[in-house]
Write a protein that binds this ligand. Sequence first.
Ligand code: PLP
Length: 414
Amino acid sequence: MNKRIYLCLAHMSGKEQAFIKEAFDTNWVVPLGPNVNAFEKDLETFIGENKQVVALSAGTAAVHLALLACGVRPGDEVIVQSFTFCASSHPVTYLGATPVFVDSEVDTWNMDPELLEEAIKDRISKTGKKPKAIVPVYLYGMPAKIEEIMAIANKYDIPIIEDAAEGLGSRYDGQVCGTFGRYGVLSFNGNKMITTSGGGALICPNEEAKRKIMFYATQARESYPYYQHEKIGYNYRMSNICAGIGCGQMTVLEEHIAHHQHTFCLYKELLAGVEGIVLHENPSSQFDSNYWLNTILLDPDLHVNGEEYAYEAVVQGAVGGAAGVTHEASSLHTDCEPNKNVEAMRMALDAVGIESRPLWKPMHLQPVYKNNPCYVNGVSESLFKQGLCLPSGPCVTDEDVVYIVQEIKKAIQK
Ligand SMILES: *Cc1c(COP(=O)(O)O)cnc(C)c1O
């Protein structure tokens, strides 16, 4: 076995260190400064639509502040796409509010507009008040049916916070994802389209909204010669060092997007005709995914070598690289897990140096949210049981993709 092939490793342009050096040389080693401003400008230029951007310490912080700015208070409800990473919904709970989960549709795997309307009506009839915000997600980079979602949100006058953490550079009808709703969330974690080592940003509708977000991101300081606090704030601003990495990364963003999309095309070509495996793709020309992660579904009837041994051993560590800071699993199984053939494929690929990962387990199936209201059609649960994410990042070469598909084919029982 030669090298290990990962899902999406960070890839530097070579320009990052110059921005960081400049920060050190000019003593801007703080959570503000020229790199932060430049990074925000670069992002604003990239996304267009006259939007303003605030650079923050994480995408999770961006979700949190967007909810705050939408007026989410203890006891409120917020509608969140169930099929997502936990950072879409956890900040709702930080505010003492309740995430209400809405399932996905089969075309994009994102929020089902029909179910969304059903959920809104039902919440109004059950609680007597409207949900405070709606959080659709661009899962794996795939644009949601955002026009239909917007139409429903507008009908009930509920603001939208687009979670575009995985969807930087994806477009719907030619417009950049994250610019449709009132707020848009971006993430620059180590494994996203671009990285600042860790970081995020909030796309804001105007200068006033940007100022409000910056105020809350910097401990809500009133303008007096001494610390005067009339609101509770947060320490969420991006550091000038991280923003330096971001400035360097912006020079390769287009390249990264093109590379992810190229990798998709290669998977599509090579997986064509492999029975029982379907690659997730843009449902029509309106959708233009950045293909942050390429994902496949395994037919439940497909048999994979070693599936009789799936789930026999406890996995060491946890998904997503939080090494050493995870709880030890208390059992081999949970009440909802990927099918045995999926786990067997993951193990087969792992054994030959290829990282793959089950699709994100829907939030309405997570023990921590077991009592939350949810509006479910079975789509995300069924996707979770059948799906696998494949290596897709800027470090994945054409030869890697050929090798990965070859190993997938080898693992299928004849
Ligand atoms: C990564 C991610 C986030 C959070 O971003 P961080 O920068 O890791 O805090 C939010 N939502 C989704 C869907 C994500 O994948």
